[in-house]
Ligand binder design. Structure first.
Ligand code: ZN
Length: 140
């Protein structure tokens, strides 16, 4: 993914991620760079709901865009998270979609999507976070 696919300045950032919906769409694009495909019926037709779920047109399955990321289950604004991420990636590696992908652990999670979505259980999200933190630590 080219750096041009990620805002390089704060002004660009504000334009790109003006709304929560824009953030959700961007996350979906990072998660499925070649386009969404339903894990059940393999349909590529789906729409993004206001709760960050891809709703499959074929079979009605809903797949969470944020499952396995630190965004999952958060009630905070995605824009707020994105702003924090932007500062981190902008300072560490130069702003890039890849940097954000790394921070979110999306690169490794792409194949594990069959685990999602699940209703958050008492220990579910917490163990998910630990797992992701472990991945981040291993990457250094
Ligand atoms: Zn489907």
């Amino acid at each position: 993914m080219a750096d041009a696919e990620y805002p390089g300045t704060l002004a660009q950032f504000d334009r790109w991620f003006a709304t929560e919906d824009a953030c959700r769409r961007y996350l979906a694009k990072l998660r499925w760079p070649e386009g969404f495909r339903c894990p059940d019926c393999k349909s590529a037709e789906a729409w993004l709901t206001g709760r960050a779920l891809m709703h499959c047109k074929g079979c009605g399955r809903q797949v969470s865009v944020t499952a396995g990321t630190i965004f999952h289950g958060t009630r905070s604004s995605l824009r707020l998270w994105f702003q924090a991420m932007w500062w981190v990636t902008a300072q560490k590696n130069g702003a890039s979609a890849l940097g954000l992908q790394r921070i979110l652990g999306l690169g490794q999670l792409r194949d594990g999507l069959d685990l999602a979505p699940q209703a958050p259980s008492s220990d579910g999200p917490a163990s998910g976070h630990r797992k992701m933190l472990g991945q981040l630590e291993r990457r250094g």
